[in-house]
Write a protein that binds this ligand. Structure first.
Ligand code: ADP
Ligand code: MG
Length: 253
């Protein structure tokens, strides 16, 4: 059975600027199954940031529906939105957004702190996440003592700490050199291979090509939604995507 990580229906966001209304997102309908890896692209001003802020529950749509699991987030009040953001959404930013005074392990634990003290089994899980991103031997380091790529690894581990519905990455490789960027993209692919749902915003085509699916926005609307292979081998076989999926494989549709 395929479960849905995110579903939005006719999502709209208007910004009122005095007498003027900016229609930043003008009716986006999109379903992201659990385990998907989606890149969101589009020219400047096409609504990427606005859409990302809606998905991140940092902002509320003007109209439309937004389901996370069974819950319609579009109908939630500010407190409920903060709660769901803290408890079920993982964010990775271009500038890492780590807390300089905290160690690697403490930074990874940050999403768990809003509920109070971190429990021993949660701390154990955070250590495992540090290991997963290759920083098991850097738990006591502070962000200043790490390279950019290592800091982004901490941020990725942090994004997983609350067992999120999906990880939302905003130009996550934008500050990194190309070799380090490739390492971070390889880590995202590795996480996706273990079933994590990833949605990333990027303006770079070669970054987007690491995703399974590329969604393009234009003027606040969906311009295209392209399915790609999940790995290089499947990419080479991408011509076969037009063929019907084998019975019961669950990859069709
Ligand atoms: P992108 O991230 O793709 O460059 P944005 O989502 O930032 O696009 O912007 C989409 C449109 O909404 C643009 O026309 C932009 O000027 C407008 N916009 C974005 N944020 C605001 C805001 N806070 N107030 C008013 N207009 C905004
Ligand atoms: Mg933007």
């Amino acid at each position: 059975m395929t479960t849905t990580a995110v579903r939005v229906e006719d999502l709209k966001k208007d910004y009122v600027m005095g007498a003027e209304v900016v229609h930043a997102v003008r009716g986006i309908t999109l379903e992201v199954p659990a385990g998907d890896y989606v890149a969101i692209m589009g020219p400047s001003g096409s609504g990427k940031s606005t859409f990302l802020n809606l998905l991140a529950c940092l902002d509320r749509p003007s109209s439309g529906r937004y389901f996370l699991g069974e819950d319609d987030v579009a109908r939630m009040d500010d407190d409920q939105l903060s709660e769901i953001r803290a408890s079920r959404i993982g964010m990775v930013f271009q500038s890492y957004n780590l807390i300089q005074q905290l160690t690697v392990l403490e930074n990874i634990e940050v999403p768990l702190m809003y509920r109070g003290n971190v429990k021993p089994e949660e701390r154990r899980r955070c250590r495992e996440l540090a290991q997963l991103v290759g920083l098991g031997d850097r738990l006591g380091h502070r962000p200043m003592q790490l390279s950019g790529g290592q800091q982004q690894r901490v941020a990725i581990a942090r994004s997983l700490a609350n067992n999120p519905y999906f990880v939302l990455a905003d130009e996550a490789t934008g500050n990194l050199d190309s070799a380090t960027s490739d390492e971070i993209l390889a880590l995202f692919e590795q996480l996706n291979d273990t079933g994590k749902t990833i949605i990333m915003v990027t303006h770079e085509q070669d970054v987007a090509e690491h995703a399974k699916r590329i969604v393009r926005l234009r003027d606040g609307m969906l311009q295209s939604d392209e399915q790609r292979g999940s790995d290089r081998r499947q990419k080479q076989l991408s011509g076969l995507w037009a063929a019907p999926a084998p019975e019961g494989s669950g990859v069709g549709g």
